[in-house]
Design a protein around this ligand. Structure first.
Ligand code: LLP
Length: 415
């Protein structure tokens, strides 16, 4: 399977016109490579499909927070969904507009709230009564009013991996559906709070439309109950975007997703917000890695590559499937390999049982690694985080240097 902007020319994989083997030669491996066109096309697909609703599309920074990725989206008019002051500072550094920023997360610190208020962000998504009071206190202290939504836990099953399912009663996220009316009534009495909207986020990598519809209906029922009590909401935020195709997932077209949402919102004047992350960057990036050794065991064959679980933890953590392609076609007989890394853990694998034609020294591309790849990387085993490269119409730009040993020990002290 190939992803957008990835094509084979004379047997060699090219990404937005650049040979991946050239990128490996110039920047070494492992390296994350993103296609600017693929990112923009994904963003524009949302803009076009939802154009009738004129939504504010707040890219979820957590999916990939590289400054060049954020700048690309900021220039295309994106808003941003952040979960920390650090992410807000990234958005500002990348030229994003803080007034198009929404602040999610279950435990925003007082200093983070104060900073976000000083930048006049669009809205805080509140996840508990205690957090409501904290935001009110900080806002009042600074003589401001914070626009807020409550993140409602609608208790719908998104039918995705339990680790990335967030809208069930058993999850830590959001306020209980049954508490919502009381909390909105309370919020509307607080001097530092301006009640502005309603939000939910039920999970990630959701491939069906029905969980979004169920959640939306639960939210709209609350909107009506609140209106009957004189609390009018200006916006409705549907949370993260839809899933992507990693393997053989069947996704409804974006236009159908948009039409379904538009049908539910018909006759209402509420402004729509969306917080997609994965579906903007996921299939717009890959991890380029080199085969160190081929090891033929008694029951399994291993391709040991120079990227490990510290570089891409999704397979280990979620049992996630990422397509894998050999960068250069060759005539070696295909063999079934587990693609494993150099880290000292049996869980250090990137892919299992893949039929590939490989020789030692060959390059491999691990696809659909643009979302929750680099951002979840670590220095485990004192391995430097990979470099990041952005390809843009035939040119490759390094957008994050590979870490050095000095970077890794910069904040340590020998006592
Ligand atoms: N909004 C909120 C409040 C979120 O918590 C998330 C993701 C998003 C938006 C973006 O959702 P998306 O459009 O990407 O589905 N590390 C996991 C995914 C964790 C998602 C957490 N929240 C993975 O690698 O699959």
């Amino acid at each position: 399977m190939l992803t957008p902007q990835l094509e084979r020319i004379n047997g060699e994989l090219h990404y937005e016109g650049v040979a991946l083997s050239d990128i490996a030669t110039r920047f070494a491996t492992p390296t994350y490579v993103y296609s600017r066109k693929a990112i923009l096309d994904n963003f524009v697909a949302y803009q076009n499909a939802f154009s009738a609703l004129n939504p504010l599309i707040c890219y979820a920074v957590k999916a990939n927070s590289n400054l060049s990725v954020l700048a690309t989206l900021a220039r295309a008019g994106a808003g941003f969904d952040i979960v920390s002051a650090g992410e807000l500072r990234r958005v500002i550094s990348a030229g994003g507009d803080p007034r198009k920023v929404i602040f999610s997360g279950v435990a925003k610190r007082a200093d983070e709230i104060a900073f976000a208020l000083s930048q006049d962000i669009y809205c805080f998504n509140i996840e508990s009564e205690s957090e409501l009071h904290r935001v009110n206190d900080v806002a009042a202290l600074h003589g401001k009013r914070a626009r807020i939504t409550f993140r409602i836990n609608p208790d719908v099953d998104p039918k995705t991996h339990p680790y990335i399912s967030t809208g069930l009663k058993s999850n830590k996220f959001g306020v209980a559906h049954g508490d919502a009316i009381r909390l909105y009534a309370l919020a509307s009495t607080l001097p530092g709070i301006e009640v502005h909207g309603i939000e939910c986020h039920i999970g990630s990598q959701i491939t069906e439309l029905s969980p979004f519809v169920d959640a939306l209906r639960r939210l709209l029922a609350l909107v009506d109950q609140l209106a009957a009590r004189g609390i009018r909401l200006e916006h409705i935020d549907l949370g993260g975007g839809r899933g992507i195709v990693y393997a053989d997932e069947k996704l409804a077209p974006m236009t159908e997703f948009a039409k379904t949402v538009a049908d539910e919102l018909r006759g209402r004047s509420m402004h729509l917000l969306l917080e997609p992350g994965r579906s903007i960057v996921g299939d717009a990036g890959l991890l380029l890695t080199r085969v160190e050794f081929l090891k033929h065991g008694e029951t399994k064959n291993f391709a040991i590559v120079d990227a490990g679980m510290n570089d891409l933890i999704r397979p280990t953590l979620y049992d996630a499937f990422h397509p894998v392609e050999a960068v250069s076609a060759n005539s070696v007989a295909p063999t079934r390999y587990d693609i494993v890394g150099p880290v000292c853990e049996s869980g250090d694998w990137l892919a299992k049982e893949r039929l590939l034609s490989l020789r030692e020294g060959d390059l491999i591309a691990v696809l659909c690694a643009g979302a929750y790849g680099m951002v979840m990387s670590s220095n485990y085993n004192t391995r430097a985080r990979p470099s990041e490269v952005l390809v843009d119409r035939g040119n490759a730009h390094v957008i994050r240097e590979r870490e050095s040993f000095e970077d890794m020990v910069a904040h340590e002290h020998v006592v």
